[in-house]
Write a protein that binds this ligand. Sequence first.
Ligand SMILES: *Cc1c(COP(=O)(O)O)cnc(C)c1O
Length: 431
Amino acid sequence: MTNKNHAWFERACRVLPGGVNSPVRAFGAVGGEPPFVVSGAGPYMYDVDENRYIDLMGSWGPQILGHAHPDIERRLERTLKLGTSFGACNPLEVELAELVCKFVPSVEMVRMTSSGTEATMAAIRLARAATGRALIVKFEGCFHGHSDPLLQSAGSGVATFNLPDALGIPGAISALTKQVPFNDPEAVRELFAEHGEEIAAVILEPVAANMGVVPPNEGFLEALRSVCDEHGALLIFDEVLTGFRVDLGGYQAVSGVTPDLTCMGKVIGGGLPVGAFGGRRELMQQIAPAGGVYHAGTLSGNPLAMAAGIGTLETLAANNGAAYTHLNRLADKLDAHLAKTFAEAGIPARVQRARSLLTVYFTEPDKPVTNFAEAKATDTAFFARYFQAMLAEGVYLPPSNFEAWFLSTAHDDEVLHQICVAHDRALERLS
Ligand SMILES: *Cc1c(COP(=O)(O)O)cnc(C)c1O
């Protein structure tokens, strides 16, 4: 192995805080220096030292079709030749919006943003304006991007680095966000009993997938729907991660529970910077310039990003959603192999799933992890060792236990077999 990587990391650390542009990339929770990636092809990524990795991080979600998908490349090349940004209306933003409204029935109108953070931030502003109320309810361990009101007990990088919630966020702002444990409808009811008249919205990831993967318990989403209805609050599903990942219709299609507003991101941009929020026409018409709630963006609806999004959604929808059957089947196989081999090796491990989303918690296999406190109580130090062993065997997992693993349609049975072989070797390294 050559060692260009170390030189890049040193250069990066001189000009980028922590050497990165987003904290979890820094390998803080797993140790070692992060590989600098120069290219990707299908299920693989290649670093500056020409190491090849099977990618199970998928750019944290967007790369559901794998890297450098030929159809997405073609669309991007075609769009690129016509110019990169106009700041004027363009047909592609209409086409992507139409696709979103078609696939996600609760979304009658949509507004594009450039990130998931902006989507949740604007959705909350809309909820506050529509209800005339100030309080937001969020769940411990759910991650909704890095806007001030939502950066409390947040999952993802905040959990990974165990960072304080409040740095740089005035108490007056934090006080408007009430936090409750995931999968605890009773705690939500108590909060509403006390503050029901003041709560604008309940926001959650319908499957919490930024603290590992924690699916909602039976009846949890239904309970939230009914408590919101009773008190006139809006229910916001942050489907930035689950949207177009678990199903074309998001987790709302899987669960049958319909939110008032939906936030999207990741897959919808096909690897380019996109987010979106949408919902019922009557709510969305309150967004400027149709209504008075302000949201704007120089690059919102950017033609390149829209082209990648359209290509991704159309590919996912092709052949009656065959992509999802493929992803779910691969996840079933991986889940079964991991569970079996960890058990045989005498390593307490539990695979948690929501469709093709998957994570491994190092804890008793028969004890479900249902909330953030339980996720944090698992053996994340062992995860770090397992992560390094997998990386040494050429599999790039998300470098934190509080993240989901992402398969892509470019992963096939052969690649899955390679992952299983790497895993078996990793277990030998660990024994
Ligand atoms: C990634 C993520 C976000 C933030 O999206 P960005 O595009 O990184 O700003 C918000 N919510 C959820 C559920 C996410 O997984």
